[in-house]
Ligand binder design. Structure first.
Ligand code: P6P
Length: 322
């Protein structure tokens, strides 16, 4: 009977988000509707990605959401990796949230079947009466929620609204995301480092020293394993569950690294901190960055707390040496 109860008492992401909302009795529920709209978008992309006809998906994007419904009075500004300028929702339809997102990160990997994903973050506008581009250029420490949806062997949505991190797996037979990874905590220290070693010739000294320590530890500890998928959502998801460090460092060719602050670095850094890990740029806590442009990039080191401490020490001593 117990097994039967569990099967019918499913914790879906919709129920989970509503439960979260109930902690804020004064809330109007806009945030819940926004999150659930994002979830619907992820279900749509999951369905499209699993079919060959992905090209049609890009054509469907536009003013209305992928379901063809009117945008609800929720979004105020949308910032997409796919669109150069911020999308300001018409004032008559404007809500109080800003959504920054990379709709299909790692899409160059689609043809070979490697996992790809959607990454998103949510801010609140500073002043509903006077909305400007500045509202989309807030530091990551102002984010209210962040998450990603990974389209791989299964469709997994990982979400935080500021009270820890939870993972949900899509049950295609129900069309519901079911809570499968409650209260994710990243291991304090990991055995994996994740970086594109092909850029090693261009790294700065602290990164070079750190990777050297991973491969040839001097303290008798075992060498770390290198795992690099080349799809940020997949590399970050493995890091979150197994521990270790994911990095896209600066290099002489790209002094700000490759990953975009607003819709790659901030959401993944937010999740890592919520799961007990850290996120560092080589100079500062990643979430304290203040972006000056929508598509600005930053170097990023994120993952297990102790592993990030090591890279922070190497950058600090390199700075001390001048
Ligand atoms: P590289 C994919 O193109 C992406 O934006 C991220 O998903 C991934 O982490 C990174 O670029 C991989 O870049 O230079 O190692 O191929």
């Amino acid at each position: 009977h117990q097994a039967e109860t569990n099967r019918t008492d499913l914790m879906t992401i919709t129920r989970f988000v509503l439960n979260e909302q109930s902690k804020y009795p004064e809330s109007r529920g806009d945030f819940t509707i926004l999150l659930n709209n994002i979830v619907v978008g992820c279900k749509f992309i999951c369905s499209a990605v699993s079919k060959a006809g992905l090209a049609k998906l890009i054509g469907l994007a536009g003013e209305t959401n992928v379901q063809g419904e009117e945008q609800k009075k929720l979004d105020c500004i949308l910032v997409s990796e796919e669109v150069e300028e911020a999308i300001f929702v018409p004032p008559s339809n404007r809500g109080k949230y800003i959504v920054v997102f990379d709709p299909l990160d790692g899409s160059s990997n689609i043809d070979c079947g490697v996992s790809i994903g959607t990454i998103f973050g949510i801010y609140m506008v500073k002043n509903e009466a006077k909305v400007s581009l500045e509202d989309a250029l807030q530091p990551g420490n102002q984010m209210l929620a962040a998450g990603y949806c990974m389209y791989g062997s299964s469709c997994t949505l990982v979400l935080s609204t500021g009270n820890g991190v939870n993972g949900f797996t899509l049950d295609p037979s129900l069309g519901e995301f079911i809570l499968t990874h409650p209260n994710i905590k990243i291991p304090r220290k990991g055995k994996i480092y994740s970086v594109n070693e092909g850029n090693a010739n261009n790294w700065d000294e602290p990164t070079t020293k750190y990777v050297q320590k991973c491969k040839f530890p001097q303290d008798g500890s075992p060498a770390k394993s290198l795992r690099y998928i080349g799809s940020m959502v997949a590399d970050v998801h493995r890091t979150l569950l197994y521990g270790g460090i994911f990095m896209y460092p600066a290099d002489v060719k790209s002094p700000n690294g490759k990953l975009r602050i607003l819709y790659e670095v901030f959401p993944m850094s937010y999740l890592m901190e919520q799961a007990g890990g850290q996120a560092f740029t080589g100079k500062q806590r990643a979430l304290d960055l203040v972006p000056r442009k929508l598509h600005e990039r930053s170097p990023i080191f994120l993952g297990s707390y102790d592993d990030i401490e090591q890279i922070k020490e190497l950058y600090a001593s390199s700075k001390a040496d001048g």
